[in-house]
Design a protein around this ligand. Structure first.
Ligand SMILES: [Zn+2]
Length: 172
């Protein structure tokens, strides 16, 4: 576990340099406290959190600001910063298991940081493509999958804002 924490720490740093160019993270402009009208995430002390109790309180507080959080904006405008593409015959033989691993990992991560979320999972004939609001999330999902099912993983960070493209494949 410790090793993973460190690994994620490294991508966190990359993520932070990315925030300055992320067009959706104009956090300076959001007044606190704020609640996302779509997902009910709460913005306080410069961070977004899932806190249903607080969201409930703020719903009755006229000082609260109703906004759309960066993740819900990315979902609405279909703006992925992470793209995970899965291929190989092994994938189709274990598709349900693999989908569950990815969804469970994504849920765990989204609970900690509501801005890291899966936008879509699309199945084509050759590939399963998972798009995420956050570039780190694509990497984390790829690593979770490789940890559980081996396979070959390629991780590529490029562009501005940085998009993380992750390819995973396993044929046997
Ligand atoms: Zn939201």
């Amino acid at each position: 576990m410790q090793r993973n924490v460190q690994k994620f720490g490294i991508s966190d740093k990359r993520g932070r340099t990315r925030t300055s160019t992320d067009p959706y993270l104009a956090e300076a402009g959001i007044k606190e406290p704020a609640v996302c009208q779509t997902c009910q995430a709460v913005y306080r002390q410069k961070r977004w959190q899932l806190d249903p109790v607080m969201a409930g309180k703020l719903a009755h507080d006229h000082a609260a600001h109703w906004v759309t959080c960066p993740a819900c904006q990315k979902v609405a405008e279909h703006y992925p910063e992470g793209i995970l593409t899965l291929r190989g015959s092994y994938l189709w033989n274990h598709e349900e298991e693999i989908r569950n691993i990815l969804l469970n990992a994504a849920e765990r991560i989204s609970m900690r940081n509501p801005l890291e979320r899966v936008i879509s999972i699309d199945r084509s004939e050759q590939a399963l493509v998972i798009e995420t609001t956050d570039n780190k999330l694509a990497e984390q999902l790829g690593r979770a999958l490789q940890k559980a099912h081996s396979g070959e993983l390629q991780i590529d960070w490029q562009g501005s804002p940085v998009v993380c493209r992750v390819q995973w494949e396993r044929w046997h």
